[in-house]
Design a protein around this ligand. Structure first.
Ligand code: BV8
Ligand code: ZN
Length: 240
């Protein structure tokens, strides 16, 4: 349902318990390609073909080349006014949680702290052998795949298709959505599950839902307020 910016701003002001769900669209104005938009392709591959355990088992070098390409873009990117508006919102609300599907780390760099990362972090790696996980901010690697001290291969510590989400992150997100008065959905095509199921979950819990997106999504007809536009422009108006 369409509504005015003024109406949405009022609902945000009034709500005390707010949950935000973001997707790749909030980082688009920072220059980070989205998954399903035009810039989302890399060479001739689609994300669904590379972001899988099978792709990594088959060709770890190719998968790492894709992640290194993305790291090189993200390293040059800066948080945009959309990220910063969410930091302001966090400071104003007694109960607030930012749930992101993004792995780019731009929410943390903007200053968000009450944050849950459903799909992991491109700046972390995990050993497929011993399971050790650590921060790794390198833009170049000595060999692909990089090696753990135990000799095992290191993979990006992100959630691939067919893999379970980190349990504590998912549980914290579900808990917050169940008690939210307002869900703000920003820059996600809402086609990847179970993340997208947080939207109908919020509805069942009686929360109001505001969607900020350039385009229509499968949940646009079900939200209370669908605002069409760029997150970097709309969020600072919604959260002055
Ligand atoms: C799971 C991390 C349980 C990696 C990602 C068959 C077998 C197994 C599973 C499935 C299956 N069929 C379906 C599934 C479930 C599957 C799924 O949902 N598939 C989809 C494609 C149908 N999900 C999973 O596999 C999940 N795990 O289900 O585990 C299980 C286990 C075993 C077996 C069965 C089930 C794991 C999903 C996580 C995958 N990892 N990323 C990486 O980043 O490399 S997903 C990837 O998509 C990113 O995380 C991304 O965040 C996410 C969602 O995409 P969006 O963020 O929405 O980005 P997108 O480009 O799509 O859209 C951008 C939006 O922004 C657009 O709407 C655009 O209009 C808008 N926009 C653009 N610019 C702006 C803007 N809006 C505002 N302002 C702008 N400037
Ligand atoms: Zn190891």
């Amino acid at each position: 349902m369409a509504c005015t910016l003024e109406q949405a701003r009022k609902w945000i002001e009034e709500a005390e318990r707010i949950v935000v769900l973001t997707g790749a669209g909030i980082s688009a104005e920072s220059g980070v390609p989205t998954f399903r938009g035009t810039g989302g392709l890399w060479r001739q591959y689609r994300p669904e073909e590379l972001a899988t355990p099978e792709a990594f088992a088959r060709d770890p070098k190719l998968v790492w080349e894709w992640y290194l390409w993305r790291r090189s873009i993200i390293a040059k990117a800066a948080p945009n006014p959309g990220h910063l508006a969410l930091v302001r919102l966090e400071a104003r609300k007694p109960e607030f949680l930012l749930i992101t599907q993004n792995v780019d780390g731009l929410h943390e760099r903007a200053g968000s702290r009450r944050l849950v990362k459903l799909h992991g972090d491109i700046w972390e790696v995990r050993c497929v052998q011993c399971g050790r996980q650590e921060r790794d901010e390198r833009l170049e690697l000595p060999e692909l795949p990089p090696r753990c001290s135990c000799g095992g291969s290191l993979r990006p510590a992100v959630v691939w298709f067919g893999e379970d989400l980190p349990e504590n992150a998912w549980n914290e997100a579900v808990r917050a959505v169940h008690s939210a008065q307002l869900l703000l959905v920003v820059g996600t095509s809402a086609v990847v599950y179970p993340a997208a199921s947080l939207i109908p979950m919020a509805r069942t819990s009686g929360a109001r839902i505001i969607e900020v997106n350039l385009e229509e999504t499968p949940y646009s007809p079900a939200v209370d307020c669908a605002l069409r536009g760029r997150a970097g422009e709309l969020l600072p108006q919604l959260i002055p």
